[in-house]
Ligand binder design. Structure first.
Ligand code: KG4
Ligand code: ZN
Length: 336
């Protein structure tokens, strides 16, 4: 089976072709980062317009790369939510139109299921059951995956997602956009002994998260530094970035450990943009070693948004008997 995957939920136009025997055989990704950088965040209308410009050329590129004709495609999978409605509409409309023209089904995919299944494209790939930590710009969730398609949310963020907290904190520190990678780089020069930020919600039972308090903590620390003689220095920024990243990563690690202990699971899967974070990977590696468990990630380019994870999730949806109709339906909010 060959599935074409289309991702347009935010600021990445991703297209990929998944072959059930060979894996991902072609892919193309266009990032709108430069387009949004001057605004310090994603501008939804600009995102939609850019998806309109880039999507069809990317599809052509992928089909050419794979030397594949439309007759060899069995289904078209597209992200139908959650995400920016206008951006989602572009992917959905193109997917549905092509599917109609090619006489194949179109398969709506939940963006977070795409992230969750991305590590299964790797070798070795984790077998269900496992615990998944989904950490992106829009979500922070711990999910008990009993089998593909069966997901129980064990905990989630009650306010900001981890990636969102990284982005907002980076903006506060003048580190630019996208904030997560920029903050991680700034933190490398930070002094670990200068500030210690709280680990939100770790002292009470449960697996939910809260990151908005850390933002306030960052703001106050930044303002204290700025009020000192000499104002806010580059070293202050690095030290604050270090303390912030340490607190977020520690909190994520502690909750993953709790989820493994409470469920008895021995496999942890981590996906979504923040799973690219080096410190997070290091701390989780140390933790799973002590718990006699294993941790799995997507390769770096599949941590952030991409078409491959949507093609693969679409394949799994097809196996589960997904059916499509011609209504273009997208959802800005959509529980997993
Ligand atoms: O999964 P993704 O590409 O898009 C969403 O579905 O939201 O995740 C993007 C998020 C952004 O918030 C970005 O700042 C964060 O992932 N991110 C990182 C790193 N790389 C990306 N956060 C921390 N450290 C990183 N290295
Ligand atoms: Zn995403």
């Amino acid at each position: 089976m060959r599935i074409l995957g289309i991702e347009t939920s935010c600021d990445e136009t991703g297209v990929a072709l998944y072959d059930s025997e060979k894996g991902i055989i072609a892919e193309a990704l266009y990032s709108q980062v430069e387009l949004h950088a001057e605004y310090g965040g994603v501008v939804p209308e600009l995102a939609s317009r850019d998806h309109v410009r880039k999507l069809l050329p990317l599809i052509e590129e992928v089909m050419t790369q794979a030397k594949c004709t439309s007759a060899e495609i069995d289904a078209i999978a597209y992200t139908s939510g959650p995400g920016l409605v206008g951006a989602l509409m572009v992917g959905a409309a193109v997917a549905k139109s092509l599917a109609f023209a090619w006489g194949v089904p179109s398969v709506p995919v939940h963006h977070m299921e795409g992230h969750l299944l991305a590590p299964l494209l790797e070798d070795p790939s984790p077998e269900a059951p496992f615990i998944a930590l989904l950490v992106s710009g829009g979500h922070t969730q711990l999910v008990n995956v009993t089998s593909i398609g069966h997901y129980d949310i064990l905990g989630e963020s009650l306010d900001d997602a981890a990636g969102e907290a990284f982005d907002k904190t980076a903006k506060m520190l003048g580190l630019g956009y996208p904030g997560g990678p920029a903050l991680a780089v700034a933190a490398e020069g930070g002094n670990p002994d200068r500030f210690r930020f709280p680990r939100p919600m770790v002292d009470r039972p449960g697996l939910d998260f809260s990151f908005s308090g850390l933002k306030t903590f960052t703001l106050n620390t930044r303002d204290d530094c700025a009020a000192a003689p000499g104002g806010l220095t580059e070293q202050d920024v690095a030290d604050i970035a270090w303390a912030f990243q340490d607190a977020v990563v520690d909190t994520l690690m502690l909750k993953c450990r709790r989820a493994l202990k409470e469920t008895g699971a021995k496999r942890l899967v981590v996906a979504g943009g923040v799973s690219a974070n080096r410190l997070l990977r290091q701390k989780l590696a140390e933790m799973v070693l002590k718990q006699r468990a294993e941790v799995f990630y997507p390769q770096l380019r599949y941590c952030t948004d991409n078409g491959a994870m949507i093609a693969y999730a679409g394949y799994q949806r097809m196996l589960a008997g997904a059916e499509s109709d011609l209504k273009v339906q997208v959802r800005a909010r959509w529980p997993l």
